[in-house]
Design a protein around this ligand. Structure first.
Ligand code: NAG
Ligand code: NAG
Length: 409
């Protein structure tokens, strides 16, 4: 027993209180993590106060301090497709809401901005983050277009690592109800060590930091149309020298991919993507690496490597729900009859807005319905509405895709 002799103080110690203090990560010495994190100290007084003397006696009866780290790193706040921004999952409010808004991002109770550790690679948490639940809506994107994933600012500079993107077909039933444990992911993008001149070098996440905390990924034009989960992931390797020290930050979004591609690449289950001892997972990035092997299955042959850029936001998008107007990702035919396509809101092509030919169509192909702003209104085999609700006009982007754009003022 340790006895502390203190001046007599008439203090009533509360029974169990929590201090939230800002303190350097106390694993700092192990993982070289210089950024400040929240550490929660839960303090249970196990001291015995003896006031029968002129000096009070505080006897430490047992261990009293419990500390747990609350990581505060990041998540994707929104995605931008051709200038149209779709909200992500707001960890600060949606987990507490009875019916959170319909968004294109998968939900998670990960309010602490935390990560998934290698010891959870065999658990469903690695698929789309902690206890993730299906996004209730989706965004429409044409194969060949790019998706910009906007992360929260201030990704810690020390958290070097790769950025990896996958797609998994949800089949004809769509992604709003798909069982995540059946999704098979194929890799469409994987950037790791970019420049090693100054160890630990420049990594994909450093490029992300340089692009306003965002990452651009191109949806391969060869992918068959359908409903897909986009699994976007950052890995932090600052602690990867110790098995279990890598941090995975997977983020999932529902996309309906349109186009004329036919590829249906095979993929692997989320729980089979990684092993804690993969060469790209267990490694010391503070030594010179001649090469870095991006973890996960091999890159899909149609994957497109792009130069990172940001994406200006020109409009906010409304998530589409249901599978109307879709062609199932698991089928090669695209002959579905569209009856609910009036809800189809899709991406804009801001770069072509000023140059594309604007054709105002009066004949409505979708049973007299008009398409909403930024919705699809034409293209090969389009069976939905071809008229746009005023003041928008149907503008042809290419052979496969026309959309309702605001008429120029
Ligand atoms: C995640 O799900 C597990 C199992 O249902 C549950 O025990 C745990 O509390 C959940 N975590 C969060 C943060 O909701
Ligand atoms: C349109 O339909 C025809 C005939 O069914 C098909 O050959 C063609 O690939 C389709 N085009 C697109 C863009 O889906």
């Amino acid at each position: 027993m340790i006895t502390l002799v203190l001046p007599k103080l008439h203090i009533i110690y509360p029974i169990g209180f929590i201090l939230a203090i800002k303190t350097p990560n106390f694993r700092h010495f192990r993982d070289f993590d210089p950024e400040v994190q929240y550490m929660e100290l839960s303090y249970t007084p196990l001291y015995h106060y003896n006031s029968s003397n002129t000096t009070a006696m505080y006897s430490l009866l047992g261990p009293a301090l419990f500390a747990s780290l609350v990581a505060a790193h990041g998540h994707v706040t929104n995605i931008v497709i051709n200038g149209v921004s779709f909200d992500g999952w707001d960890i600060n409010s949606y987990p507490y809401a009875q019916s959170p808004p319909v968004v294109v991002a998968w939900g998670t109770p990960n309010t602490a901005n935390g990560f998934v550790s290698p010891d959870a690679y065999k658990s469903s948490d690695i698929i789309c983050h902690l206890n993730a639940t299906n996004a209730k809506g989706h965004a429409v994107v044409a194969a060949g277009d790019k998706v910009f994933l906007q992360w929260t600012p201030n990704w810690p500079e020390s958290h070097h690592g790769p950025i990896i993107d996958y797609l998994a077909s949800c089949g004809a039933g769509g992604c709003e109800t798909v069982d995540k444990t059946t999704l098979k992911f194929f890799k469409i993008d994987g950037v790791g060590l970019v420049d090693e001149t100054n160890v630990p070098g420049i990594w994909a996440d450093d490029q992300l930091i340089a692009q306003n905390s965002g990452w651009m990924v191109e949806i391969p034009s060869t992918i068959a149309p359908g409903h897909y989960v986009l699994r976007h992931e950052m890995l932090a390797l600052h602690g990867a020298g110790t098995e279990g020290g890598t941090q995975n930050y997977p983020q999932c979004f529902n996309l309906q991919i349109t186009g004329s591609g036919t590829d249906q690449p095979s993929g692997v289950l989320g729980t089979d993507l990684y092993s804690p001892t993969d060469p790209g997972i267990l490694l010391n990035i503070y030594t010179s690496l001649s090469t870095y092997i991006v973890p996960g299955p091999t890159l899909y042959s149609g994957a497109v490597s792009i130069t990172q850029t940001t994406s200006a936001i020109t409009a906010s998008g409304t998530p589409v729900t249901g599978t109307g107007g879709a062609t199932g990702g698991a089928t090669t035919t695209s002959t579905s009859k569209t009856t609910t396509s009036t809800t189809l809101v899709t991406s804009t092509r801001t770069t072509t807005t000023t140059t594309s030919k604007v054709t105002t169509t009066t004949a409505a192909g979708g049973g007299g319905a008009t398409q909403t702003l930024y919705g699809q209104c034409g293209g090969d085999n389009w069976t939905g509405p071809t008229a746009c609700a005023s003041p928008a006009a149907c503008s042809s982007s290419n052979q496969w895709y026309s959309q309702c754009l605001p008429t120029a003022a």
